[in-house]
Ligand binder design. Structure first.
Ligand SMILES: [Zn+2]
Length: 442
């Protein structure tokens, strides 16, 4: 054995071709990724250690002409360009490249041009199979982790997801959408207008997904989003759920007035919770080090939960707070009593309860609660629409999707750019169809 060395694949160093290995990898490639008109010519393992890589050389199939990249018609050859390289799906964790010298063809319609290359898109240096592979992993790992794991750069992962999402958006079906939810969320740091996003979800029972996302939360944003869905989708809508955000209300009234517009439970509960939280924070500041302040300590999350879901030790602490006559206790009781509203079956009784509740809240001397009460009064008609939509739409999905959006925007914190985050949201929540040729690898 002296003078000869073998790596862990049994390939002798310095020996370029090892017939057994070649055949097996070629067979594998032919099984999983075959391109009509092309053949796998050779497969070589080069380098050592972390620079080890597999080189796959592709040749045109003898007797099959190259196709025009525009019309896909076989055309006479013109000349051949220098060899180019494409990144393919890693094999046993080893980087794999395709090598091929593209031909130029003369198309009677489109003139001389580079032939159609079935494993590639445009001028990209990454095969579509690899783009699909990276894009799928980019849902499970952060983009940085995906890049590191598969020995490529962040930009390659970004462009892979970009391609994957663009394909999915172009192919996705938009039929049968009857209910949408419109929501805004905050992302990143600061409170500037650019720190908000407008989201449009489909909230039908059979399909819940993100339909559109855009920067800011203005009238113009929502108009752009509705225009992107198109008149056919808007015409088919029966229900629209949204928050009480004025720009949204204005646009919905103008553009989707044939649908029942509902101010939903999720959003109203959110406003009530925010008000309780404001009262609590104000009261803590006011009480300072007074003994009563102890009752408010570590109560934030308990107070934000639905009353019926507070149990055990948290319930004991909550009961003690409720007995205390603190402003926070009164605010919480007002919030909790609003839950009754959702149990009414009749529009009339629901309306009567709303009057009664807002009356109490307006007399509460709790500024944040009074603000919610005034908002509810202003939008009474839209809130009572909830009874018209009852049983037809559930706004649980808005809440669920909203939570998932937060998971994505938080994970993508390193994205910095809006574009990257937009892609990640469609990628994770859009239920987009996927290019079929990339299915074999995950
Ligand atoms: Zn052509």
């Amino acid at each position: 054995m002296s003078g000869r060395s073998f790596n862990r694949f049994g390939v002798e160093s310095g020996v370029k071709k090892q017939p057994t290995t070649q055949l097996e990898v070629k067979t594998l490639l032919n099984q999983i990724q075959r391109f009509v008109g092309f053949v796998y010519h050779s497969v070589c393992l080069r380098g050592v250690g972390t620079s080890r890589r597999v080189e796959v050389r592709i040749h045109p199939h003898r007797g099959i002409r190259g196709k025009c990249s525009t019309c896909q018609q076989p055309c006479p050859g013109y000349d051949q360009l220098a060899e180019r390289r494409w990144l393919f799906v890693p094999l046993w964790g080893i980087v794999v490249h395709f090598f091929y010298p593209p031909r130029r063809v003369t198309c009677p319609t489109h003139g001389v041009g580079v032939e159609h290359i079935p494993w590639s898109q445009g001028k990209r240096r990454v095969t579509t199979a690899m783009m699909g592979f990276l894009a799928r992993w980019a849902r499970r790992l952060s983009w940085q982790e995906t890049a590191r794991t598969f020995q490529t750069g962040w930009a390659t992962v970004f462009h892979s997801v970009e391609w994957f999402v663009a394909w999915g958006l172009a192919q996705r079906p938009l039929e049968g959408i009857t209910a949408i939810g419109i929501d805004e969320i905050h992302w990143g740091k600061g409170q500037g207008a650019d720190r908000f996003l407008t989201l449009i979800y489909q909230i039908d029972g059979h399909c819940r997904r993100l339909l559109w996302v855009g920067p800011r939360r203005t009238q113009a944003t929502l108009r752009k989003g509705l225009a992107a869905l198109g008149p056919a989708v808007l015409g088919g809508l029966r229900f629209v759920a949204s928050d009480m955000w004025k720009p949204y209300l204005t646009v919905i009234a103008a553009q989707i007035d044939h649908a029942v517009h509902v101010l939903d439970r999720f959003h109203i509960t959110r406003h009530l919770n925010q008000a309780v939280d404001q009262v609590r924070r104000g009261e803590r500041t006011r009480l300072g080090e007074a003994p009563a302040a102890a009752r408010l300590k570590k109560m934030r999350w308990t107070l934000l939960r639905r009353g019926s879901r507070v149990r055990g030790q948290a319930r004991i602490k909550l009961n003690a707070l409720l007995a205390s006559q603190l402003a926070t206790a009164r605010a919480w009781m007002l919030k909790n009593s609003f839950e009754h509203f959702w149990t009414y079956k009749s529009f009339v009784w629901g309306g009567a309860f709303l009057d009664y509740w807002t009356e109490r809240a307006l007399r509460s001397r709790l500024a944040p609660m009074k603000r919610v009460a005034r908002m509810l009064r202003t939008h009474e008609a839209l809130i009572l629409n909830w009874f018209k939509a009852k049983g037809e739409i559930s706004t649980g999905p808005v809440e669920g999707l909203n939570n998932k959006v937060r998971v994505v925007t938080r994970r993508s914190y390193g994205f910095r750019t809006y574009k990257a985050m937009e892609l990640a949201l469609y990628h994770n929540l859009g239920r987009l169809p996927e290019p079929e040729t990339t299915h074999y690898f995950n």
